[in-house]
Design a protein around this ligand. Structure first.
Ligand SMILES: [Zn+2]
Ligand SMILES: [Zn+2]
Length: 334
């Protein structure tokens, strides 16, 4: 499903086209894609919120599939292995960020489904050291590859104290995995959303409390969150979260793109050593840590599956808030 011109997803900008099978270069593997998750970042790529890097692109960066061919110099992966290809496709390995284990901040990083073709396709390329080994190929693993990994990083960035109370604002693909993880890790989790269906799912996944948000500004008198994670791309959400944050608390934002955050009153919102942190991509360590935790704590994703050809429709549903949990494209058959 190829994007030639960025446009609103309602115009069905992804075109079903035949493209040449990619050929793995040095250190790369060719993966036959079984499933690819649909992430909000894909929507930002397709609609141009993120400026195009290449003339045309196949989106998708939550890829699950089998290795069918090895490029030169691949030493640790073999044909037939099941792997995941995440958003972080490649980094330079030499810059000040890469050499200090912060490759998520590398200025020359390459993104799956944005800089290089991704998984809304039958084949995709991954790089050794950046693809992750998976125990099996299954549709419900696909959302782990970005929604899960980035959510996990956002959780780490928010530095919750052991057993602390964490607020989750916006309850989509990423939050439904991150809240579940945090609950299983012993944190007290509170889900905030405008959507009652999302809140019901949050409750099933272990939320200690669910809060229906009706206005942009929460009117609570009590500041009771040790940390907060914002998952929506709407800047106003920051104003819902900040008034609930205790002194010294960190609010992390798990969004690659956000509408402007409205002007804030320093005394009311930020004073008391509260911090706002953005989250950029993930390190390879984040990916491995999250996948290990997901397996050990038996995380379950809630998904709806569509065929590859229905990618436009899947994205329209995502944009309109109609998805409960996450959507996954089945790329095995057409
Ligand atoms: Zn670098
Ligand atoms: Zn993503």
């Amino acid at each position: 499903m190829l994007l030639r011109n960025v446009s609103n997803v309602e115009e069905h900008p992804l075109l079903y086209e035949d493209v040449e099978d990619p050929e793995p270069r040095d250190n790369e593997v060719l993966v036959r894609v079984d499933y690819c998750g649909v992430c909000r970042t894909d929507l930002h790529v397709i609609e141009g919120d993120l400026p195009p890097i290449v003339p045309s692109i196949i989106p998708g960066h939550e890829i699950v599939g089998k290795i069918t061919k090895l490029g030169k110099n691949v030493g640790t992966l073999s044909e037939g292995e099941v792997v995941g290809i995440p958003w972080l496709h490649h980094t330079c390995g030499r810059c000040e960020f890469c050499i200090t284990s912060r490759e998520n901040l590398c200025e020359s990083k390459v993104y799956t489904g944005y800089t290089v073709n991704g998984g809304y396709s039958q084949y995709a390329l991954g790089e050794e050291g950046y693809v992750v080994r998976l125990s099996k190929s299954a549709a419900n693993i696909a959302p782990f590859l970005c929604a899960g990994i980035i959510g996990y990083r956002a959780l780490k960035v928010a530095l919750p104290k052991p057993g602390g109370r964490i607020g989750f604002f916006g309850f989509g693909g990423s939050a439904h995995l991150t809240l579940q993880l945090a609950s299983k890790m012993g944190y007290e989790t509170v889900a905030f959303s405008r959507n009652p269906v999302h809140l019901r799912l949050a409750q099933e996944l272990g939320a200690a409390e669910t809060v229906m948000t009706t206005t942009n500004d929460t009117q609570s008198e009590v500041r009771y969150l040790d940390s907060a994670v914002v998952f929506t791309p709407a800047g106003e959400t920051v104003l819902q979260a900040l008034p609930l944050l205790k002194k010294g608390g960190i609010l992390s934002i798990a969004a690659i793109h956000m509408s402007p955050i409205p002007q804030i009153d320093y005394d009311k919102y930020l004073f008391g050593e509260r911090k706002i942190m953005s989250v950029e991509a993930n390190t390879r360590a984040d990916a491995q840590e999250f996948l290990d935790l997901a397996a050990r704590l038996k995380l379950e994703s809630t998904i709806s599956v569509r065929s590859l050809k229905e990618a436009n429709e899947a994205l329209i549903d995502l944009k309109n808030g109609k998805v409960v949990g996450a959507e996954v494209l089945d790329c095995r058959s057409l």
